[in-house]
Ligand binder design. Structure first.
Ligand code: ADP
Ligand code: MG
Length: 304
């Protein structure tokens, strides 16, 4: 009987060899600390496209390189808080208290058990009401921005600056998402390679333009990440080609494949970076993070 795993001509053997060499290449990759804190909002008004998965895994990838990383969970569903293994039951202080009651971020932040330098501002069920409560608040679009600017500043002054901050947004373009856009300097859009993705994108790009014009002129769409990619289907390849053609400088070369381990990790309160550290999911997210680190923001970000 032949053992197919030792036959280098089988697709499985080729995949394994490719993964091994990608893993090796990652070992040599430099992930430099950014010159200043980079703040990303991860946005797409469609649900289920991989926003939360991308947020927590990119964050964990940077933390694995020892960078100081914060995830702000701005989705009332709290999936990022779950994946990062932080307590987000209803009595826990959360991003709700920051937005509505002016709590400083230091009062609600928690360390994730995923890594020593990875932190999370959890969301709780109370955030579901914030979308409505914010409507009557003063400076309702700037609540997170104000809190975040002060927080980033204090960390800088205490000589323990944040390297990366990622804001995980809900699948809508309401006031929570707008707070994310206003607080960030860069937008990252995950695009699911499984349907004609460009169609939904124009609405999102229109919203980003409006935010740039009226609320946050330094916001930049810097990064697009193709997720849940299945290279065996024509549709996935066609979507990827189309997106690359429209956004040649924003789309990362790294692509996140559809992988069972990626979807399993959150049920263990983990990211795929710790759940399956040498698998294709972790390798792909580590590649994406390395690429983000090597692309400095295109213009000087002046936050104030
Ligand atoms: P969003 O935050 O945009 O709603 P999620 O990140 O929660 O999307 O992803 C939606 C679902 O798809 C989740 O069940 C998640 O585990 C799964 N998923 C995300 N990325 C992948 C992937 N690359 N491979 C397999 N499943 C994935
Ligand atoms: Mg989500």
């Amino acid at each position: 009987m032949t053992d197919v795993s030792f036959d280098a001509s089988t697709p499985l053997a080729r995949d394994l060899a490719a993964l091994t060499s990608r893993r090796k290449a990652l070992g040599d990759v430099e992930v430099p600390r950014p010159a200043d804190t980079r703040v990303f909002t991860i946005s797409n008004q469609k649900g289920g496209v991989g926003k939360t998965t991308t947020t927590v895994n990119i964050a964990a990838a940077f933390a694995r390189h020892g960078l100081k990383v914060l995830v702000i969970d701005l989705d009332p569903q709290g999936n990022a808080s779950t994946a990062l293994g932080v307590d987000h039951t209803s009595e826990v202080p959360s991003v709700y208290d920051v937005l509505i009651d002016d709590f400083p971020l230091e009062d609600v932040i928690q360390k994730s058990p995923e890594a020593d330098t990875l932190y999370c501002v959890p969301s709780t069920i109370h955030l579901a009401g914030a979308e409505i409560e914010l409507v009557s608040q003063v400076a309702r679009e700037h609540r997170l921005r104000t809190a975040l600017d002060e927080f980033v500043d204090r960390a800088r002054k205490s000589k323990e600056p944040w390297d990366y901050i990622f804001i995980d947004c809900p699948p809508s373009l309401g006031l929570l998402t707008i707070n994310g856009f206003v607080a960030a300097t860069e937008v990252m859009i995950p695009i699911q390679c499984e349907y004609y993705a460009l169609e939904g994108l124009s609405q999102l790009l229109g919203s980003i333009r409006l935010i740039q014009k009226h609320l946050n002129p330094t916001l930049e769409l810097s990064t697009i990440l193709l997720t849940m990619f299945d290279g065996r289907t024509n549709l996935a390849n066609q979507v990827a080609d189309d997106v690359r053609e429209h956004f040649p400088s924003q789309v990362l070369k790294a692509v996140i494949p559809r992988a069972v381990r990626i979807s399993e990790a959150p049920s263990f309160g983990q990211t795929v970076i710790t759940y399956d550290p040498s698998g294709i999911g972790a390798v792909s997210y580590l590649e994406a993070a390395a690429e983000i680190a090597q692309r400095a923001p295109s213009r000087k970000k002046v936050r104030k």
